[in-house]
Design a protein around this ligand. Structure first.
Ligand code: PHE
Length: 345
């Protein structure tokens, strides 16, 4: 056994080319088969002198590994070639890139709000988008002749029925469903899609999203409502945020208020976003009217609570300054992609 035998095999290996799996197998037999060249060297190894055994032993083992690796490499490249020849595709071409999607701005805002209220101990509740008059209006203390009950404002699914089906115009219907189902104390937020019969423009849309909040327990007061909204506003818009409450009216809350947050752009000085007022309106709220509690079987003498509701597109608009509502529904990828890592402004 000579050093040259090993070197010769390595040189041959370098030249070795195979076009078919059959040729690869022949090469394997030629080198590593029972009568193969490498196997023969192992046989000769018995006669190698004691002093040389160590050195030859190592070289032989390395040789065997090298040959095996070469055969494996040849086999897989022939396999790839055969597969691509058969299918008409070139498997060595770089793959198609799958663009990773990004979250919709409304989903980002919804998740943020849900997370904030989760920290305050609120669960998430849901209700149907196709609702009935009872849950959207009747149980919420809307008088019979309220304009929201007009075809002009609400999409009706069925009419001519005492309790017609309609597309919910607000998520306050989920308040009712939650009070019907859950025992007091109740602490929930209810995100969802709502529908109103509006002509589509930059400032109005017939579909949008709201998130409703409801808290009912013994001794809940307006001060608790104010504090919950203040804490939420500071989590959402920054620790310096102030809120102000203006008296308002909703049939299902008494007293009712609209809440503004201090403009996080000009910090109250007045800019074009807050139209010079220093304040931005974010939600409607109030103490749940006793009639509403009673309609859902909650003892209004024992329990009180508050509710609030806000538009998610509105919050997204404040966050990212996208002031045309239509963008939120067109699913234009150029718009959607802006929110992959959109900085907060
Ligand atoms: N549902 C009201 C709206 O859509 C908002 C609201 C919710 C007001 C809860 C008070 C309490 O405008």
């Amino acid at each position: 056994m000579k050093r040259e035998d090993i070197d010769r095999i390595i040189a041959e290996l370098g030249e070795l080319k195979c076009r078919t799996l059959k040729e690869v197998e022949e090469a394997r037999v030629r080198f590593l088969g029972k009568k193969g060249e490498v196997t023969a060297l192992f046989d000769e190894f018995h006669d190698v002198s004691k002093e040389m055994k160590k050195e030859f032993g190592r070289s032989l083992n390395e040789l065997k590994k090298t040959v095996q690796a070469k055969i494996d490499e040849l086999r897989s490249s022939v396999e790839v070639e055969e597969a691509s020849a058969g299918s008409g595709t070139d498997l060595t071409m770089p793959g198609d890139e799958f663009g990773l999607g990004s979250r919709h701005p409304v989903s980002i805002v919804r998740q943020e709000i849900v997370e904030i209220f989760r920290k305050f101990g609120y669960d998430v509740a849901e209700g149907p988008e196709i609702e009935d008059d009872y849950h959207v209006f009747e149980a919420l203390n809307f008088p019979d002749n309220h304009p929201a009950r007009d075809m002009q404002d609400t999409f009706f699914v069925s009419t001519g029925h005492p309790n017609p089906l309609l597309l919910r115009t607000h998520t306050s219907s989920v308040q009712v469903r939650t009070m019907e189902k859950m025992d007091v104390p109740i602490r929930v937020v209810c995100p969802g899609r709502v529908f109103r019969n509006e002509a589509i423009s930059a400032r109005a849309h017939c579909i949008f999203h709201q998130i409703e909040g409801l808290y009912i327990d013994e001794g809940v007061t307006f001060a608790d409502l104010r504090q919950a909204i203040l804490l939420f506003a500071r989590e959402m818009f920054g620790p310096e945020t102030e809120i102000r409450m203006r008296p308002s009216y909703f049939p299902f809350t008494e007293p009712s208020a609209e809440v503004d947050v201090s403009c996080n752009i000009c910090h109250g000085k007045g800019c074009n976003i807050c139209k010079g007022t220093g304040w931005l309106e974010i939600l409607g709220c109030g103490m749940v009217d006793p009639n509403v509690l009673e309609a859902s079987g909650i003892d209004s003498k024992k329990y009180s609570g508050f509710a609030f509701g806000m538009g998610l597109e509105r919050i997204a608009m404040l966050k990212w300054r996208v002031n045309d509502l239509r963008h939120y529904f067109e699913n234009d990828l150029r718009f959607l992609k802006e929110f992959e890592a959109a900085p907060e402004v």
